[in-house]
Design a protein around this ligand. Structure first.
Ligand code: IPM
Ligand code: MG
Length: 354
């Protein structure tokens, strides 16, 4: 049986970039069975829930999920279960995809596209390990309501149990062991109880990894250090919401959030969900100018983690590197009158490099 890949393009630029990534996947692995189905606003618009049963059934029988992006401004005021993002919320929770791996790399030649000075980001290579199924995203109670005095109120709950912290910490330390052997654990332990627990558990896990150094950093300071000395970081380990925020910040150091792939891994061996970290970018959706890099690199991560195909993953990554090194830029990366390639032209360059 050929491996099955569930392709969930979603909304906004999701379909454009995901289909580009599928073409890259097909180029290196014609044997894959890539099956597409709708989620997010695409499903809501068709009168289905954000995560239709068909999508769930497809994911159940697939080896991995290639995801685009979900969420559109027109749904902002809707309750959670009627928003496109609910699809992602359910997939992460129901497949227990607790480990979100977000590599942040500045490609050679792209330094001048960064929001920071080129000399601060040249060769930048860090990874954010974000806890993805706990914290304030999932803690209960979580609701809007009217208080006893008739005043509107709302509550979200940041909640962690030690085993959840332990398993994500292990992911970070295992990865650091193969890299520059340094973990920065980010929390807010001067204020949050969950952060105090986080620190204690991470300290405990660190004892199992004597070859890896551990530093703790408060999240506000981490946000600052990321734009001050980003290259000092190797592996950043953090909880769900801090990771969401810091990974967008780290992403823009590479010149565009459109460059950053991610893998969400869980308890089912080899299974994972792979997606660009950037959003649906409704302002440029449908124009054919979105940067497909994050989606293409997500496909590479899929090959590596879910299909154990390191060779083709590296091939794709090297192809993207060469395309950037040759001076190719998508619209949001072009600076000072540099010519820009649209999605298809960029994709053609990558395919040619393969
Ligand atoms: C991300 C996104 C999601 C998140 C949204 C779309 C729910 O921002 O993957 O970083 O907040 O986790
Ligand atoms: Mg985010």
């Amino acid at each position: 049986m050929p491996p099955t890949i569930a392709v969930l393009p979603g909304d906004g630029i999701g379909p454009e970039v995901t289909r580009a990534a599928v073409r890259v996947l097909r180029a290196v692995r014609p044997d894959l069975d890539c099956v597409e189905t709708r989620v997010g606003a695409a499903a809501l618009r068709a009168g289905e829930p954000a995560l239709p049963d068909a999508a769930r059934a497809l994911c159940d029988r697939s080896d991995a999920v290639l995801f685009g992006s979900v969420g559109l401004p027109e749904y902002e005021a809707k309750p959670m279960a009627e928003r496109p993002e609910y699809a992602l919320f359910l997939l992460r929770r129901d497949y227990e995809l607790y480990a979100n791996v977000r590599p942040v790399r500045v490609f050679a030649g792209l330094e001048s596209a960064s929001s920071l000075l080129p000399e601060l980001v040249r060769g930048l290579d860090l990874v954010v390990i974000r806890e993805l199924t706990g914290g304030i995203y999932y803690g209960r109670p979580k609701e809007q309501r009217t208080g006893p005095d008739g005043v509107e109120e709302a509550v979200d709950t940041m909640f962690y149990r030690a085993p959840e912290i332990e398993r994500i910490a292990r992911v970070a330390f295992e990865l650091a062991r193969k890299r520059r052997k340094h973990v920065t654990s980010v929390d807010k332990q001067n204020i949050l109880e969950t952060s105090r627990l986080w620190r204690r558990v991470v300290e405990r896990v660190a004892l199992e990894y004597p070859g890896v150094t551990l530093a703790h950093m408060l999240v506000d300071n981490a946000a600052m250090q990321l734009v001050r000395r980003p290259r000092d970081f190797d592996v950043i380990l953090t909880e769900n919401m801090f990771g969401d925020i810091l990974s967008d910040e780290a992403a823009i150091l590479t010149g565009s959030v459109g460059n950053l792939p991610s893998a969400s891994l869980g308890t089912r061996a080899h299974f994972g969900l792979y997606e660009p970290i950037g959003g649906t970018a409704p302002d440029i959706a449908g124009k054919g100018i979105a940067n497909p890099t994050a989606a293409i690199l997500s496909a590479a991560m899929l090959l590596r983690h879910s299909l154990d195909d390191d060779a083709n993953a590296s091939r794709i990554e090297a192809a993207v590197e060469r395309v950037f090194a040759s001076g190719a830029r998508t619209a949001e990366l072009a600076r000072g009158g540099e010519p820009a390639l649209d999605t298809l032209a960029f994709l053609q360059r990558v395919l040619a490099q393969l």
